[in-house]
Design a protein around this ligand. Structure first.
Ligand code: SF4
Ligand code: SF4
Length: 442
């Protein structure tokens, strides 16, 4: 994935006040970034893959890179021969290396339309890093201008006040598990699995996924515990919205908490938490073995720790979450879990590393830049094309975005729910379809 490149964002030095934070002007990009932009051959592969462009939002990654080239040389975009940002005629923007980018070269809403899905980066033959550049420019807008649009400012305030983006009372973080009798790390000397719950704890739909995963962990007799009220938002959304300060504060506090406890691995149902903990916490001293729940469940099934019957709920397609697939290269484990349930996945045309984003990443539902259609509606069309009755997902954002599509539509099931539904008691194992490890991994 990503040609072996790191997919984590680079930490911003918040103590260096000799220059504005983030990128304000073309000259603020690093030389490597500028050379990268200059290498663009205008092949248009990024544009063809971009969900925001397809939805008619004012973003086109190819034009964005070409605009940066214009900014470096000085001039206007009048000579750009490709497609404009939807709704923004060509010839009205320009700049130079020393002029602020936003409202000269590009409008802020272009930057806020990005879901950070990395489809553009994945396709680019010149290995240009569009997402890093977009976040660099968002950092300036958020940190120096306080100009995060729509619900952005509210969400960032909530994170500071309550440690969760929804602004829910922090004391309610474990309400979803009130009857589950879960072990809490503070009272547990050491465990195999620290179950990182994520902010889905406050969302009724996602609570069903969390409860399903707990059922799976208990069935496999895994030694696990949660942080309980000591868990805080991972910082993913703050960082994608450009609020590096809030991200770093959350990351450091979570790392401090985790340092008190003994566990072998962290497992989470949320690919955004997974990515941040695995790839972005090490820069702040937090190094852990972190797994997505699909990876962990594939291991449990392969080791024969779960007895499952064949799924009988109808045909299934699988939606790859961007932060699990493109960001972390995990395409196989969720499919191995589905195979272990006897499910033959009806693949979408855009699946695996070419999966189309659900529209939920990068804070895009929060900044909410309008287009001609909605990205989740387009993804639901991809799903409908397969004829599948259900779509298996592995991310609370994907679940929320896809369930927001008006019915009739296929049913949305998290992989943990599918596994939990298929669990059978060991005593009834005569009827199980438990597979040999090599069969699951194959
Ligand atoms: S990351 Fe996704 S939404 Fe953002 S520019 Fe690239 S393809 Fe478009
Ligand atoms: S994929 Fe890369 S090289 Fe091709 S147009 Fe986009 S940025 Fe330029």
């Amino acid at each position: 994935f990503g040609g072996g490149r790191s997919t984590g964002l680079k930490a911003l030095d918040l103590t260096d006040r000799s220059a504005p934070l983030g990128v304000e002007k073309p000259k603020d990009f690093t030389w490597n970034q500028l050379l990268g932009f200059d290498a663009c051959v205008q092949c248009g592969k990024c544009e063809a893959a971009c969900p925001a462009f397809a939805a008619g939002q004012p973003l086109n990654p190819k034009k964005l890179i070409q605009d940066m080239v214009v900014g470096l040389a000085g001039g206007t975009d009048a000579h750009f021969a490709g497609s404009p940002y939807p709704g923004k005629p060509i010839g009205e923007h320009g700049g130079n290396p020393y002029q602020p980018i936003v409202n000269g070269l590009v409008d802020a809403e272009t930057l806020w339309s990005c879901t950070t899905c990395r489809a553009c980066v994945e396709e680019c033959p010149m290995m240009i890093e569009h997402v890093d550049a977009i976040i660099d420019m968002r950092r300036f807008l958020t940190l120096e201008k306080g100009a995060t649009p729509n619900n952005g400012a509210q969400v960032l305030d909530n994170l500071i006040a309550t440690d969760n983006p929804g602004g829910f009372a922090p004391g309610g973080r474990m309400n979803w598990a009130a009857d589950l009798n879960l072990n809490v790390m503070r009272d547990t000397p050491s465990v195999d699995v620290l179950f990182w719950v994520g902010d889905g704890a406050f969302d009724m739909r996602n609570q069903r996924t969390l409860r399903a995963f707990v059922k799976v962990l208990k069935a496999a007799k895994v030694s696990f515990a949660v942080l309980g009220l000591e868990e805080r938002d991972s910082g993913d959304v703050a960082r994608r919205l450009g609020d590096e300060a809030t991200f770093q504060a959350l990351a450091k506090r979570n790392i401090q908490t985790l340092a008190q406890y003994r566990f072998k691995r962290i497992v989470t149902c949320d690919p955004h938490s997974f990515h941040v903990l695995k790839n972005e916490y090490p820069a702040f001293g937090g190094e852990y073995l972190v797994q997505h729940h699909s990876t962990y469940m594939a291991e449990l099934l392969a080791a024969g720790q779960l007895n499952v019957s064949a799924d009988t709920g109808g045909s299934v397609t699988y939606h790859d979450p961007c932060y699990l697939g493109r960001y972390n290269g995990e395409y196989e484990a969720p499919r191995a879990v589905l195979r272990a349930l006897g499910i033959e996945v009806k693949e979408m045309q855009r699946s695996g590393f070419r999966s189309r984003c659900c529209g939920g990443g990068g804070g895009a539902p929060i900044t909410d830049i309008p287009g001609k259609q909605r990205i989740p509606d387009m993804r639901m069309d991809d799903i409908r094309e397969t004829g599948a009755e259900r779509v298996a997902v592995g991310c609370p954002q994907c679940t929320a975005m896809l369930e927001g599509v008006v019915e009739p539509r296929p049913l949305i099931k998290d992989i943990a729910e599918l596994v939990a539904d298929a669990l059978v008691e060991p005593a009834a194992s005569a009827k199980t379809t438990q597979r040999a490890p090599e069969e699951v991994i194959a």
